[in-house]
Design a protein around this ligand. Structure first.
Ligand SMILES: NC(=O)C1=CN([C@@H]2O[C@H](COP(=O)(O)OP(=O)(O)OC[C@H]3O[C@@H](n4cnc5c(N)ncnc54)[C@H](OP(=O)(O)O)[C@@H]3O)[C@@H](O)[C@H]2O)C=CC1
Ligand SMILES: O=C(CO)COP(=O)(O)O
Length: 330
């Protein structure tokens, strides 16, 4: 691949992925952020103290707030929140107009209002680009510290997905490739909502058995939703799906889980996020809405959405889930 790799979004995950891409050994990596002052500080100090404290930027990384610089990229990793994908692409505009430019969405969510998946937004706003998605169990702090993990990168173009996965794979980040874009997107988006549910269980002290039951039944509804949206079952059994569900549903390192834990302890949604990005809180209502339209039963996601909009309490949600009619496991 000629030209540098560009990472758009200099938050925790963008910074960690820039470091991983640099260590993978493919040459220059542009790290683009929208705030010129913050990017100047990043260029001078070589650490992103706000988003990823204590991690030094690899020498190959060039922090910049110059959108034009992104125009020279051979591939773009889009690492902004799911609700900001449209705004970020619109802001970069003609910079992303090169034909066949791979734009790899690394956000995990579904856009509110439109119900669009991130790769559909890429296709809509950058029709000459090739949308791709990267997802899987990967806390930014772990990846930034070279702790080993594996993720998956999917694009409709199989050869391109293979090439991009090889470009990003390094000693501590193993990138599998695939073509099931929708399946990978759904795995990342839905697990955040289920992680909130598991956090609630932990915060309310309902026990590890309850949490494990919720993971299993959560996976069942995630898989139902995915099937209804044309995803392949084996994708959801993989890294984006089961892999990420197991990670975020069992660790307070997850912002979604920690948010749920605070709700379970009795905090209100407005304060429970503690200023951090909680993607599942944005995705829950749109996931539930899309599920209803597709005739898919998602009682756990529904309970999370109802708690978040104040329609039911945590105790009512537990009662509601436990009192559902008994049925065969499916
Ligand atoms: N953190 C993690 O461990 C992982 C995160 N992810 C996913 O990556 C995505 C980003 O998360 P993360 O990096 O942690 O979030 P952060 O909150 O750390 O960073 C988000 C970044 O996006 C930037 N941003 C927001 N809106 C726009 C916009 N309209 N245009 C340009 N830049 C924008 C912010 O800029 P500013 O600072 O100026 O507001 C900030 O730098 C999420 O979807 C998350 O689910 C995936 C795997 C792991
Ligand atoms: O997606 C993640 C790990 O794979 C990060 O999860 P949180 O956004 O919940 O912190």
């Amino acid at each position: 691949m000629s030209g540098p790799l560009a990472v758009v979004g200099a938050g925790a995950w963008g910074t960690a992925l820039a470091n991983a891409a640099a260590r993978a050994g493919g040459g220059r990596v542009l790290l683009w952020g929208r705030n010129p002052d913050a990017m100047a500080v990043l260029a001078a100090t070589r650490t992103n103290e706000r988003a990823l404290p204590g991690v030094e930027l690899a020498p190959e990384i060039e922090p910049t707030a110059d959108a034009a610089a992104v125009g020279a990229a051979s591939a773009v990793l889009l690492v902004v929140p799911a609700q900001a994908v449209r705004g970020a692409l619109a802001g970069l505009g003609s910079v992303l107009a090169a034909p066949d430019l791979p734009i790899i969405v690394c956000a995990k969510g579904i856009e509110r209002g439109s119900g669009a998946f991130p790769c559909d937004i890429v296709a809509e706003l950058c029709p000459r680009a090739v949308p791709a998605v990267l997802s899987g169990p990967s806390f930014a702090a772990d990846v930034a510290r070279d702790l080993p993990t594996a993720v998956v990168l999917a694009s409709a173009k199989a050869g391109l997905a293979r090439k991009l996965a090889a470009r990003l794979s390094g000693p501590a980040l193993r990138v599998y490739h695939g073509t099931d874009v929708r399946g990978v997107e759904i795995g990342g988006a839905a697990k955040n909502v289920l992680a909130i549910a598991c956090g609630i269980v932990a915060g309310r002290g309902l026990g590890e058995s309850a949490r494990a039951a919720l993971v299993a039944r959560g996976f069942a509804e995630l898989a139902r939703f995915a099937r209804a949206h044309g995803a392949r079952a084996e994708t959801l059994m993989g890294l984006s799906g089961l892999g990420d569900l197991v990670l975020t549903c069992g660790s307070a390192q997850s912002r979604n889980f920690a948010f749920g834990e605070a709700l379970g302890r009795g905090e209100v949604p407005a304060t429970a996020a503690a200023g951090k990005l909680v993607e599942g809180a944005f995705t829950a209502p749109v996931l539930v809405d899309k599920a209803a339209r597709a005739g898919v039963d998602m009682p756990i996601a529904q309970a999370v959405a109802a708690i978040l909009d104040g329609a039911i309490t945590v105790n009512e949600a537990v009662d509601m889930l436990m009192m559902r009619p008994l049925k065969a496991e499916a």
